[in-house]
Design a protein around this ligand. Sequence first.
Ligand SMILES: [Zn+2]
Length: 516
Amino acid sequence: MSITLRNIKVWNTGEIIDLKVPGLADAYFADTDTVHDGADIDATGLTVAPGFADPHVHFRDPGQTYKESMVSGCRASASGGYTNVLIMPNTLPALDGQTVTDADAQADKPGAREVRDAGFGNVIDFLQNYDAAHGVKLPVRYDLCVCASKDRAGKEASDTADWLKYVPGFDDEAKTPAMNEHPVTAISDDGAAVPEPILDEVLANAKASDLYLIEHCEHHDTGAVNEGPVSHKLGVPGIPEDTELKIVARDIEAARRTGIHVHFQHVSTAISFEAIRKAKAEGLPITCETAPHYLALSDEALLEYGTLAKMNPPLRSEADRKATIAAIADGTVDLLATDHAPHTMDEKALGFLEAPNGIIGLECAYGVCHKVLVDGGHISDERLIELMSVAPEALMGHEATDIAALVEDWAEPAPTGNDPDAVIAEETEKTTDAAAGESLEADRAGKREGVNRLLDLSRVDDAAHVDLAILNTDEEWTVDPESFHSAARNTPFGGWKVTGRPLATIIGSQFMFSRL
Ligand SMILES: [Zn+2]
C-alpha cells in the first residue's frame, strides 16, 4: 500500500507531478487522519520541497526536560517541516563528552541521574542512543554539536579525547549505527561566545577534528535588552549594539588567521552584517545565519510582548531589523535558523532582569519568515525554501534531497498523447455534464489523473535518504502556541496571522508527520 499525492508542484521547477509515498514511518504522528495506507490525496496547490534543516535548536534533554524533551523537541521539528536538526550543547550536563559518574548522580548534578539511569557514561552516548534507551521513535534526524569548553564553562577548551571518536572520519570502523546516525558535526559554546583566552585552543580542536566553529557572537556583562529608547522607557539596563560586532570582528580575524570555518549564529545588527559582507567579499571561510525574530521584530516588541521578546542577542532597533532583511535579500545571510529555546511561562514571568533569554521557533518559523520576506516582496518562495533547507543542510555537511533530479531520473513519463491541459479541459467538461450542479472544483485529482509524471519513491535508489517537506506556500493561518507539539509556549508570535504552512514531512521516503 502507499499514499499518493496528486498534482503537487516541485518547488524549484514548477512541474506538477503525482508523488507516491510508500508508507508511514514507525514514528509517524499526525494532527489529521487524511494520510493512511491507500490514501489518494488531491494536493493541487501544494508544493513538495526538500525537508527543512535547522542547525540551531535547544532540546533541554538531559537536565531540563520540564522545558522540552527530545520527544517534544523532535515532534516540534517535524510539525514545523523540519527533517534534520543540529542539537546545541547546553544540555545539563553539557554535551562535552566528559564522563558522567554515579557520584555526579548522587550529588544531584542536574541531568546526571537521567544519563546514568538510561545506562550511559556521557551525554553524547545518551543522546545518540536516546530512542533505544527510552523505547521511543524520534520523528526527525539529528546531529550533535559538542561544547567548545569543558562543562561549557568557558574556562578550559573541551578535550578532543572526550569526543573525537564521535566525529565522522575518526575511528569509523569502531562506530555503532547510532554513532553514524547522530554524529558530532560542529563545535560551539552556544549561549556564550568562546572566551578570548581559550579561542586558539578551541580553533586548534576544530582543525584537529575537521569540524567548524559555531559562534554565539555576543558578549556582554551587563544589560538585559537592547540599549536605546525602549530600554530607557522600560528602565531596564541596555546592551550596546557593538557587543555583537566585537565577537564578529574578532572571529573574522580568527578565520583569516587559521583558515577554519566560523559560522556566526543569529546575527542581528547592521554593523555586523557590514563586517560579514566585507569578509565574505574577501573569500574568508565564514557563514552566518539569522533567526525569524530578528527579521520580524525590533526592540519595540518588548513593549507589547514583555519577556516573550527577550532573547540574546537582544531584539535590536528597527534600522537593524531592516538591515537584517537587506542582508537576507543580498545573500549576506547564508541561512535561516530558529534558535528554538524552550522555557516555561513561569520562568518567562520573572521580569526583564531575571527571565531567561530565548523563544521557541520551530513550529512557526516558515510562516513568520514567509509573511515578512516573501509577502513583503524581499525574496521569492524558492529562495526562502533554499534558506531553510538546502543551505542549512550544506552547512551541516548533508545534501538536501534534490526532488527535481529524482523526477528526472525516476518518474514514469506521462501517458503518451496526453496534453495535460487538453485532458483536463475535456475531463472537466465531462465531469460537469455528468454531475450537473456539482462544483468544477470537485474531484480535481481525478481530472488530472494520468496526465502528470508519477514519481514513486519506492522505486528510487537511495529511498532511505529522501527527506521532503510538503508545503502550502499560500495558506494563511494564525499561530496558536496551544496547538504546538513543543512542550513550551514561549513565543511572541501567538495570534500572528502568517502565510505559508508546512503540512507534512517525509523522512526516508516515509511520512513522518502530517496535518494534510
Ligand atoms: Zn542558541
